[in-house]
Each structure stands twice: as structure tokens, then as C-alpha cells.
Design a protein around this ligand. Structure first.
Ligand SMILES: Cc1cc2nc3c(=O)[nH]c(=O)nc-3n(C[C@H](O)[C@H](O)[C@H](O)COP(=O)(O)OP(=O)(O)OC[C@H]3O[C@@H](n4cnc5c(N)ncnc54)[C@H](O)[C@@H]3O)c2cc1C
Length: 413
């Protein structure tokens, strides 16, 4: 079959890879000059089933309300004229019961863990250098009360097979001596030894090269504008470079999926939630992070990609605006410098902002939708790199008419 994959972020490229592996001819279409040119470029690179907790939890409504009045650094919600923000927020609030949060977190953890196993299969077969670090992730806390709450919360993921270790501050520093100067500000951490990190853009681009080398087409600088429909089938897509046709189509446009899907009568509640990142060159600095970490008090994440540190923070509801200014990064930079004072050349940090494609329950939309040959693989929110490999494998199975390895419960639009 000839399959057209719409979107060349990590989700689209991993999908094209799995489809090609199954013997399909693949054509991937993206508007950027290179794949992973949007959200899949600047994220924290955490492959983190241990971070599967959904944002739509019972404490979320109060956090959202507070963000309207307080100048909160982690969450920024502003009123806007966009009606989609309010319809999405309403659906999000409906997911915020403790029962739904528990169910959605477990479904997400199942997909994330499966996805990590698919990533390992890919790495067994392919030689991909993407600055992988498999020393786990430290989720650290700054008060005993917060650590105890974190440990209690983690029991849910532990019940689903997540390995965790609870460390006191001495054990944290023993694991990553670069945190020595910040030791007194840390009470302890939950270490998920099987979580890992790696540069998602490097990975995605390397995989796209392999797809091309095996005869797949990667069409960049090609903007998708519309679809051709005949009866219950998609029969082609219109792009600014002409019409492209195939036997099946996979929608993987991240935050832009609802815009295109809306043109053919598919309503997808996906809203862009903006995040910021800094990429810090380490140069000759002696104490960069050795183990990826999340400062759970300040909600700032740190990963080490070879000779760079990636720092990410903030969830902001600002529509499709990806602009940024130095002030947006001041807080995360200060937190990083306090934790890793000799970590890197902070003056030369590269600034970036991107859009998380969030669904109300934080689970992606997979599977066939409305048309016989039209498949969704989109809405991966805040851990799309983590869930991409499994979502790609599931999508390839569905396109080929096979039953996926994990149940589809909660994963359809
Ligand atoms: C600050 C931040 C930190 C994050 N940290 C992590 C993390 O540590 N771990 C993790 O797992 N996830 C993380 N994420 C989430 C992760 O980055 C996303 O879930 C993931 O990148 C989504 O991938 P995608 O392929 O769906 O979307 P994208 O990467 O946005 O890809 C969509 C593609 O569609 C293309 N496109 C859009 N419209 C058109 C059109 N009309 N025509 C042609 N092409 C089009 C775009 O060019 C783009 O390449 C983070 C996100 C942010 C913002």
C-alpha cells in the first residue's frame, strides 16, 4: 500500500518508519525545510513513563484559577477571544475527577511503557546516534511533605510496573555529583532508573534519513492545504507543491491536526499549550547534569544531550503564538544556574518555544476516523516523544489490519 503521512514531527516520522518496516511505500509531507522543525525540536527529550501523570487532575481547576490572578511561572492562562480555548477547557475540566485522572494516567502509562519497548526494538535494529542517556530520571523535591506526597502518588505507576527508588539528598548527590552545591535545597528524589533521555530532533532526522535511504519519500517545504474526498475515502491531498495521492493517509500534524481535520468534518479537541526551552552549550564547564532531572517544586526539567543541556519549563495558553523574549526564560535560567552553577555557558543559551498538542484527557487520538482509509496519530501533549514509538507501531498495525499489541481503550477520538 502507498501511505501518505501528514506531518514530519517525531510522531509522523516514527509512523512512516513503522509503516515502511511493514512493507508499505511511504510518502511523508511536512512544511518545514527539515523534519522535527517544530515541537519535536526543542523539547526536554525525556522518554519518561515515570512522568505519565495526566495534567487533568483534581488539583488542576484550582491551579488554573490561581494562574489568572497570580503571576505563576509554571502555568500561564490568559483570557482570549478564541472560543476553542473555552470549549477545550470545558472538556479538560470534565476530565479532572480523581477517578478519571487515575484511569487516564494508567492508560497513558501503559502506552508510554509499550512505546519505550518499541523504541528499544528500533535501537536493536538501527544504529541511531541521538545523545541517549539511560541513567534514569530524578524527580526531586524540596520539602519532606512534597516528597512523601510524590512517593504516595508514584504508587499508582508502581502498581503498573514502573520501577522507582526513593533517594535522600545524599543518595541524590551520590548519583549525580553535579548537584552537590544545591544539596541543601533538595530533600530527596524519586529515581525512575528505567526512564531515559535523548535528543528527539537528532533521532527523528536520523530515522528520516533511513526511511529515504530505503526508498521512502520525505517531502519537506510542502504545506498541506486540503483533502479530496470521494464517498467514504480520502483520495488525495492538496499541497502548495501539487496534489499527492495514496491508498491510506495518517494525520500527524501535532497542534495543527484539528485545523486540517476540520476541513473534512472531523472535530478534534486538541489545543496548543506553549512551552519554552533553553539549550545550553557545556563547553569547558565542569559540572553539567549527568542524570536528567525534574525540579518538581519549580516544574523545570533538565536533560543532558552530549555537549548540551536542554532545560524546559512553562505551560502557557497563548493560541498558536510561538514568539518568545528573554524575560520568558529568566526564571528557568535562574533555577538552572542555582542547581548547576558550573553547568554550561548560560550566556550563550539558545531560546525556543513550541506547542504541545494537548487533548483534554492527555491521551492521543489513534485509529481510523470517519473515512475508510484515514487514520489519526495525534494529540500527544506533554510526552509525545515518549509515546511516539508505540503510537507509530499501533498505527502501522491498524493500517495493515492487524490487532495492536495493547488495547485501544481510551486512545480513539
Ligand atoms: C517545552 C516542551 C517540553 C517537552 N518535553 C517533552 C519530553 O521531555 N518528553 C516527551 O516525551 N515529550 C515532551 N514534549 C512534548 C513533545 O515535544 C510533543 O508531544 C511532540 O513533539 C509532538 O510531536 P508531533 O510529531 O505530534 O508534533 P510536531 O513535532 O509539532 O510535528 C507536527 C509537524 O506537522 C507539520 N505541519 C503542521 N501543519 C502542516 C501543514 N499544513 N502542512 C505540512 N506540514 C505541517 C509541522 O511542520 C511539524 O513538523 C515537550 C513539549 C514542549 C513544548
Amino acid at each position: 500500500m502507498k501511505v501518505i503521512v501528514l506531518g514530519g514531527g517525531v510522531v509522523g516520522v516514527t509512523t512512516a518508519y513503522q509503516l515502511q518496516k511493514d512493507g508499505h511505500d511511504v510518502v511523508l509531507v511536512d512544511r518545514q525545510p527539515v523534519v522535527a522543525g517544530e515541537t519535536s525540536w526543542g523539547n526536554a527529550g525525556m522518554v519518561a513513563p515515570g512522568h505519565s501523570f495526566v495534567w487533568s487532575s483534581p488539583k488542576a481547576p484550582l491551579t488554573l484559577l490561581k494562574s489568572l490572578v497570580l503571576k505563576d511561572q509554571a502555568l500561564r492562562f490568559k483570557f482570549s477571544a478564541d472560543p476553542k480555548l473555552y470549549s477545550w477547557s470545558w472538556l479538560f475540566l470534565l476530565e479532572c475527577t480523581s477517578e478519571k485522572a487515575r484511569r487516564n494516567t494508567l492508560l497513558k502509562h501503559r502506552l508510554a511503557a509499550y512505546s519505550q519497548s518499541v523504541l528499544q526494538d528500533v535501537l536493536r535494529e538501527e544504529d541511531v546516534n541521538y545523545d541517549r542517556n539511560d541513567r534514569g530520571i530524578l524527580y526531586f523535591h524540596r520539602s519532606q511533605e512534597a516528597l512523601d506526597r510524590g512517593v504516595a502518588q508514584m504508587k499508582l505507576l508502581e502498581s503498573d510496573g514502573q520501577e522507582i527508588k526513593v533517594l535522600d539528598r545524599n543518595q541524590v548527590v551520590a548519583l549525580d555529583p553535579s548537584l552537590a552545591t544545591a544539596k541543601d535545597g533538595i530533600v530527596g528524589a524519586i529515581h525512575c532508573p528505567t526512564d531515559e533521555t535523548g535528543d528527539p530532533a537528532k533521532f527523528t532526522r536520523a530515522l528520516a534519513n533511513k526511511i529515504e535511504a530505503r526508498g521512502g519519500q520525505i517531502l519537506t517545504q510542502t504545506t498541506i492545504q486540503d483533502f479530496d474526498i470521494a464517498g467514504d475515502e480520502v483520495v488525495g491531498i492538496h499541497t502548495d507543491q501539487g496534489r499527492i495521492t495514496g491508498d491510506a493517509y495518517v494525520l500527524a500534524l501535532g497542534s495543527y491536526s484539528p485545523i486540517l481535520a476540520g476541513k473534512i468534518g472531523i472535530r478534534l479537541p486538541i489545543y496548543p499549550v506553549k512551552g519554552y526551552s533553553l539549550t545550553v552549550p557545556i563547553e569547558d564547564h565542569r559540572h553539567p547534569p549527568n542524570v536528567a532531572a525534574v525540579d518538581e517544586h519549580n516544574l523545570v526539567a533538565f536533560s543532558r544531550f552530549g555537549d548540551r543541556i536542554r532545560v524546559t519549563a512553562t505551560a502557557e495558553f497563548a493560541g498558536y503564538d510561538t514568539s518568545h523574549k528573554p524575560a520568558d526564560f529568566a526564571f528557568m535560567k535562574r533555577v538552572t544556574q542555582e542547581l548547576y552553577p558550573d553547568g554550561g555557558n548560560y550566556a550563550e543559551a539558545e531560546m525556543w518555544a513550541g506547542l504541545r498538542p494537548m487533548t483534554p484527557n492527555n491521551l492521543p487520538f489513534l485509529g481510523r476516523k470517519k473515512y475508510r482509509n484515514f487514520f489519526l496519530n495525534t494529540g500527544h501533549g506533554h510526552i509525545g516523544w515518549t509515546m511516539s514509538h508505540g503510537s507509530a507501531r499501533i498505527t502501522a498495525d491498524l493500517v495493515s489490519g492487524r490487532t495492536p499489541a495493547i488495547p485501544m481503550e481510551g486512545l480513539t477520538a
